[in-house]
Design a protein around this ligand. Structure first.
Ligand code: ADP
Ligand code: ADP
Ligand code: MG
Length: 458
């Protein structure tokens, strides 16, 4: 096992990883930016080092500072969390060079899946269904025109290196294509350092259904069932659940699981990963991408399987075998996660950074809160606005919703605006309660009545 782990992230995921390390009795080192000096993850870790000024590029993306800290504090592994450096193949490679174990897949796998267009090719070649579209970059406007005519409008132009719901542009018709392509390429270049884009047909009113997988270095691959993540605003997930109310038949669940395991095996995957699919209203599913890291919504899977995904990540990276085999993974009950953002949930999710003067979290049977803040914390404006995740488990979906409503009603967050009231309204929505959801849900079912959920791009 590792001697010491450096956690190269912040917020709730850094705290989540530190908790897993503690249980495994591995000391850990937190890194922090100047804006995060007083953060919870710094207080929780055994040691902490400042790695630079507030902007991400100067701190949490500062590879030399992070590697140097790992060497100086004698860490033999780095957990990157999600976002930040978690899907940067050069970071994984530099870790390998310095003989520091990157807790994630091998660098070449991060790289292969990081190009979303190339990943589509690999998947199709291994019999995993993909959304109709290109597997190479779009060369120029006339190429784009030919492809789009073939696919039929509307189409999505997507950054090959994109992620986090960014770098995706919906094109309704040929007239808009030229301009959209130019903007998409420029955005891809500035946001991801790579102008390459590819094209996909729009799947109408799809559900986002993804499958969690675990793969060790001994060739064992298992899946931990699916998560439904259709409740999105501007392509960003806000509420996730497992199992998916859209996966009504066990045969579909089995096919999704098989496809995800096949995808993982196809690329020689190791560690925890997520295979994302769109599910259409006829029950067909299509691969969209693979996330080669721990996912924000991993707790809902933990709640229904009892598997500690972060612990498995660390064990796998240390060369151990998976602690569970497929035949011994059971899915029990239903779990829901609400992402609590420091943002105005009733007005376009406008960011609301500032000092949290009161923070009281719910508790009770089947209630879990993952957070990176406490009373008195300051939410900086530099980072992702997510401050907590409330996860509720119960025997079925209806009772899990009831438990979540009670939990959110007892939550008290003062000093900043949050998405708690948005979630309470969502949980009351009759369509949501019936499980009739797709990725256009917020725009179609929650607009109006004084709330503003403007342009979504879907
Ligand atoms: P999940 O798929 O786990 O729900 P999200 O898509 O919400 O994750 O992303 C998790 C975090 O990582 C967010 O802070 C998001 O902004 C960030 N993120 C994900 N992918 C990228 C990327 N390619 N570039 C920059 N940030 C990213
Ligand atoms: P990211 O890498 O930013 O997470 P994804 O490719 O996973 O991007 O897509 C993010 C979201 O965009 C999906 O969850 C879905 O809501 C929407 N989306 C992506 N591709 C399509 C498509 N071809 N048809 C319909 N919706 C799509
Ligand atoms: Mg995605």
């Amino acid at each position: 096992m590792f001697n010491k782990i450096l956690v190269s992230n912040r917020g709730e995921i850094a705290c989540r990883i530190i908790t897993a390390c503690r249980e495994l009795k591995i000391p850990c080192v937190a890194v922090y930016s100047e804006a995060d000096r007083g953060s919870l993850h710094v207080a929780m870790a055994d040691e902490a080092r400042c790695i630079g000024p507030a902007p991400n590029r100067d701190s949490y993306l500062n590879i030399p500072a992070i590697i140097q800290t790992a060497l100086m504090t004698e860490c033999d592994a780095i957990h990157p969390g999600y976002g930040n450096l978690s899907e940067d193949p050069s970071f994984a490679e530099i870790c390998e060079t310095y003989k520091i174990k990157f807790i994630g897949p091998p660098a070449h796998v991060v790289e292969a899946m990081g190009n979303k267009a190339a990943a589509r090719r690999a998947m199709r070649e291994h019999g995993v269904p993909i959304v109709p579209g290109t597997e190479d970059g779009i060369a120029n406007v006339s190429h784009a025109r030919t492809v789009a005519r073939d696919l039929g409008y509307p189409v999505y132009i997507k950054a090959a290196a994109g992620g986090g719901g960014r770098g995706i542009r919906l094109v309704q018709n040929e007239e808009d294509l030229g301009e959209a392509l130019a903007i998409a390429q420029a955005e891809a270049k500035s946001a991801f350092g790579n102008p390459a884009v590819y094209m996909e047909r729009q799947i109408p009113e799809p559900r986002h259904v993804e499958v969690q997988i675990l793969a060790d270095s001994h060739g064992n691959v298992v899946h931990l069932g699916e998560r439904e993540c259709s409740i999105q605003f501007r392509l960003q997930k806000l509420l996730e659940e497992s199992p998916s109310p859209g996966v009504k038949r066990s045969s579909l669940r089995r096919r999704l699981g098989d496809a995800a395991v096949r995808a993982a095996k196809a690329v020689g995957y190791q560690n925890a990963g997520t295979v994302e699919f769109l599910l259409d209203n006829r029950g067909q599913f299509y691969f969209i991408e693979m996330n080669t890291r721990v996912q924000v919504e991993h707790p809902v899977t933990e709640m229904i399987t009892g598997v500690d995904i972060v612990r498995e990540q660390i064990r796998i990276a240390a060369g151990e075998e998976l602690s569970c085999e497929q035949g011994h993974i059971y899915f029990q009950g239903h779990a829901i996660e609400c992402r609590i953002l420091a943002a105005d949930g009733l007005n376009n999710f406008l960011p609301s950074p500032g000092r949290i003067d009161e923070f009281v979290v719910p508790s009770g049977p089947g209630v879990r809160v993952d957070t990176g803040v406490c009373s008195g914390s300051v939410v900086p404006s530099h980072y992702d606005p997510m401050i907590a995740k409330v996860i509720c488990w119960n025997h079925d979906r209806v009772s899990a919703i009831a438990r979540m409503e009670a939990a959110l009603r007892s939550m008290r967050i003062g000093g900043i605006k949050t998405t708690v009231d948005f979630h309470l309204e969502l949980l009351r929505n009759a369509y949501f309660r019936r499980g009739e959801i797709d990725t256009s849900f917020i725009r179609r079912r929650m607009n109006g009545e004084g709330r503003r959920y403007g342009e979504e791009g879907t």
